[in-house]
Design a protein around this ligand. Structure first.
Ligand code: SAH
Length: 376
């Protein structure tokens, strides 16, 4: 049954019904632009998340809790079993929770600022089997950390790396800026669409790898790449879409704001022996404007912005670079609708709209849209 954890607003609704609700939502928001293809659902909608992140807290009696904040509050709900999160990662978090008392590790208190451990994040490469544990602490001084990691690895030898992330700010952001590797390489690798990706603690990586392969394949198919094409992968994260597309293109340029993700993208490019891609750190809108002001051209633009969507600066520059195809990958149909209206004014016509299930048990829906430049 659904927990009161505030995490999953569609939990308890039969899966087919969840899909039809998402389909209706995308149709309502994007139906004016063209036909909405039937959503690509999941065969098995359980335990799909490769990233499990829990916050620590205490109940009134002082018992340690690990789970989520209750909806619209900062009360932690203890979650020992969740239907959408990777099972192995959940087991690891349970083990960590049970070890804290004997290692005398204190829990961070948001109100007073006292205590150490704030969150735990576990990421598992579903293809590689590699597992990363990130302990988010309010201080760099973490007592007996080496013994703690040793004991954890005895219980879970499948863990391939452990990182201490230091977050000493009074913030709702989970991760702080500093990562200290306690064991292993400090990142995991995973494989998607035949490419291998290195993933650092703070880099974005899609949470549903089964569906991500479908999403990326579709995005690349929509792009109808030709061997001479110049392709931009904007908001590229660790370079996934651009690197998957590179073998069909002339040249790929990726741009991404997060420096850690860009470093991952550059290494991923080398490790996959891809010679026709390069990755740059910066704001995607500024980068595109700069390219446009230099009179450059692109044939295809992939854009995969965060939930807030893209910017007018970015889309103005797209119109100047004049790619014939733009593939917009969106995790928020509302900002997508807003941006599509703007792109339409800029001379782009929507050709395809395909919702893709990425977040079963929640109301979130991913959508891939193909835009074609109208002859002007
Ligand atoms: N395409 C990638 C990442 C998509 S998530 C993938 O499929 O894995 C969106 C990405 O946009 C994140 O990596 C985020 O760091 C980045 N981002 C957010 N704002 C940005 C901006 N203004 N310019 C460039 N990248 C940005």
């Amino acid at each position: 049954m659904a927990e009161v954890c505030g995490g999953c607003d569609y939990q308890g609704i039969p899966y087919e019904k969840q899909l039809s609700m998402k389909q209706a939502r995308v149709k309502e928001l994007l139906g004016d632009f063209g036909k909405v293809e039937p959503i690509l659902g999941m065969e098995n909608p359980n335990y799909y998340r490769n990233k499990v992140q829990h916050v620590f807290g205490r109940d009134r009696k002082g018992k340690i809790l690990a789970g989520f904040y209750e909806a619209k509050s900062h009360r932690v709900v203890d979650v020992d079993e969740c239907l959408i999160e990777d099972k192995k990662s959940q087991e690891i978090i349970k083990t960590i929770k049970d070890m804290l008392r004997s290692f005398k590790i204190t829990i961070y208190d948001e109100d007073t600022g006292y205590g150490l451990l704030r969150h735990v994040l576990v990421r598992r490469g579903f293809a590689s089997g590699e597992i990363m544990v990130v302990l988010v602490s309010a201080s760099v001084i973490f007592p007996s950390k080496n013994n703690f990691v040793k004991a954890l690895r005895v219980k879970h030898p499948e863990i391939t790396t452990v990182v201490l992330n230091v977050n000493d700010k009074n913030t709702s952001m989970v991760l702080g800026e500093r990562n200290i590797t306690l064991y292993g390489p400090g990142f995991i690798k995973d494989t998607l669409c035949g490419c291998t990706f290195r993933i650092s603690p703070s880099s974005f990586y899609q949470v549903n790898p089964v569906q991500t392969e479908k999403l990326y394949r579709l995005a690349v198919e929509y792009a109808k790449l030709r061997k001479e094409d110049t392709v931009i992968d904007a908001y590229c994260g660790i370079g996934t879409i651009g690197l998957v597309a590179a073998s069909g293109a002339g040249k790929v340029i990726g741009v991404e704001l997060n420096p850690n993700a860009v470093r991952d993208a550059k290494i991923n490019c080398k490790e996959n022996q891809i010679q026709n891609a390069l990755f740059l750190q910066g704001d995607a809108g500024e980068f595109m404007s700069l390219m446009a002001s230099r009179g450059e051209h692109a044939d295809v633009v992939f854009m995969d912005p965060p939930r807030s969507g893209s910017t007018e600066q970015f889309m103005d520059a797209v119109a100047l670079l004049a790619p014939s195809r733009v593939v917009y990958i969106s995790c928020n149909p509302e900002t997508l609708a807003r941006d599509l209206r703007y792109m339409r004014k800029k001379g782009y016509q929507v050709e395809k709209i395909q919702p893709v299930e990425m977040f079963c048990a929640t109301s979130h829906v991913e959508t891939v849209v193909l835009l074609q430049r109208k002859d002007m």
